[in-house]
Ligand binder design. Structure first.
Ligand SMILES: CC(C)(COP(=O)(O)OP(=O)(O)OC[C@H]1O[C@@H](n2cnc3c(N)ncnc32)[C@H](O)[C@@H]1OP(=O)(O)O)[C@@H](O)C(=O)NCCC(=O)NCCS
Length: 157
């Protein structure tokens, strides 16, 4: 595997959207995250609103010059919540960890919250490595794009 030289964040632009769309469709990523893809209309509406919303921090992750994924901070139920999604071809190189560390450095708000599937060992590890505290598991029914399942909750600060 290629050694990683640099990871930086920059604002998501409209030009990034086709790649984000493709990556949210990836079956392995969907299985891992428990998050189902948005259909084209929903995707278009969601990202139009997201890019226009000053309260959302949406960053593309640039790893060695390539757009490797996405890191975000957005409000869910009054909680500032982080999320990330790395293109499969870039997994296992420390990119999510480096990107989340930079995001939580950029976003000064605390506490920050995160939720992931209990079975998503990679995501759990990324959160732990970035200093998030494990709060516990909870069962979530299927809702919107999210499959039913056991969720792990985390908080930073
Ligand atoms: C989960 C995900 C973000 C991990 O990204 P990544 O860039 O491969 O993660 P990193 O390389 O920074 O790995 C961080 C740690 O997790 C571990 N890890 C990564 N993927 C793993 C997996 N599938 N199973 C077990 N451990 C894993 C790594 O070994 C590393 O731990 P270590 O330093 O102790 O060895 C990526 O697989 C992904 O985007 N998946 C699809 C979308 C998703 O699940 N997003 C999160 C929703 S909450």
């Amino acid at each position: 595997m290629k050694k990683l030289a640099s990871v930086t964040l920059r604002p998501v632009t409209e030009d990034d959207l086709p790649l984000i769309y493709e990556r949210q469709m990836d079956a392995d990523s969907v299985r891992m995250s428990g998050v189902n893809p948005r259909d084209p209309d929903e995707f278009e509406r969601h990202w139009r609103e997201t890019l226009a919303d000053p309260s959302v921090v949406a960053r593309s992750i640039i790893a060695d010059g390539e757009v490797a994924g996405l890191a975000l901070c957005f409000r869910v139920n009054e909680m500032d919540t982080v999320g990330y999604w790395i293109g499969k071809e870039h997994w296992g190189r420390g990119i999510a960890t480096a990107a989340l560390a930079q995001l939580v450095d950029e976003v000064k708000t605390r506490p920050l919250h995160a939720t992931c599937s209990k079975s998503n060992a990679g995501s759990v590890r990324v959160l732990e490595k970035c200093g998030f505290e494990f709060l516990g598991y909870e069962w979530a029914e299927a809702r919107g794009r999210y499959s039913a399942g056991e969720l792990a909750r985390f908080r930073l600060g």
